[in-house]
Design a protein around this ligand. Structure first.
Ligand code: THU
Length: 132
């Protein structure tokens, strides 16, 4: 397999800190600048303080100077595609280019589902809604 975005998501998944759910998630973003940035889920004994893989990847992207997400890959431990949670759809929305595609892959890197962010989060609210 030779897709760097899928490889990055799979590698990130191995770093997941998931003592509570045991559900490992990896996410990788390709930015418009050409960077590949990954994240994993990091859980917490105070359960709601856990962070999703997508959230970690977005934070790392901003820190690295990335501005917009051109494409994303998410991998989870389920047989069904690991679709981004509702909150992470909105987080991705903030930085997504129009038509941005999210590929959800299994642990071997096989694509289980490919969807645009618009399909995952239709009629979304974004920066353009705000004045200024
Ligand atoms: N999780 C993610 O990291 N991303 C998703 O898109 C779905 C869910 C995490 C949160 C929690 O650590 C675990 O998966 C089980 O919900």
């Amino acid at each position: 397999m030779s897709d760097p975005l899928i490889e990055a998501a799979l590698a990130a998944q191995q770093r997941a800190y998931v003592p509570y759910s045991r559900f490992r998630v990896g996410a990788a973003l390709r930015t418009v600048e050409g960077m590949v940035i990954a994240g994993c889920n990091v859980e917490n004994a105070a359960y709601p303080q856990g962070a999703c893989a997508e959230a970690g990847a977005i934070s790392a992207m901003v820190l690295a100077g990335g501005t917009r997400i051109a494409e994303a890959v998410v991998v989870g431990d389920s047989a069904a595609p690991c679709t981004p949670c509702g909150g992470c759809r909105q987080r991705l929305r903030e930085f997504a280019v129009p038509g941005m595609r999210v590929r959800m892959v299994d642990g071997t890197g096989r694509v289980l589902l490919s969807a645009t962010l618009e399909e995952l989060l239709p009629h979304s609210f974004g920066p353009d809604h705000l004045p200024g």
